[in-house]
Design a protein around this ligand. Sequence first.
Ligand code: NI
Length: 131
Amino acid sequence: MKKEILVMQNDFLVVNLEEKYALFQEQWRPKIIAQMNDYHFKLVKVQGDFVWHRHADTDEVFIVQEGRLRIDLRERPPVWLNAGEMYVVPKGVEHKPYAEHEVKLLLVEPQGVLNTGEASSERTAPVDDWI
Ligand code: NI
């Protein structure tokens, strides 16, 4: 079933990001909206502190669409992203997103990447949650 939805989204349907954001309220639970080859595009709403984690096998793209996000990085200054700005967290670099107020965020990463990397916690979200 997921495969059919995926093919239709990629081949026939325009994906409207604002409409997709309106479909969910929960925070820190990325929702897949499109796939390109082996990569997923995910929307997520975040607020507060996340957990320190790293992705050993992949970079991770953060594109802020609303709000202001801070990404803490180990042993280097934090990165601040405003709406319309993006950042690529390099593979293997430990990071921790933080937002004082809710931020709407587009993530791009290979399918199957856990939001908490190798740090499994109650914040670990499903990797196949399409909307
Ligand atoms: Ni990450």
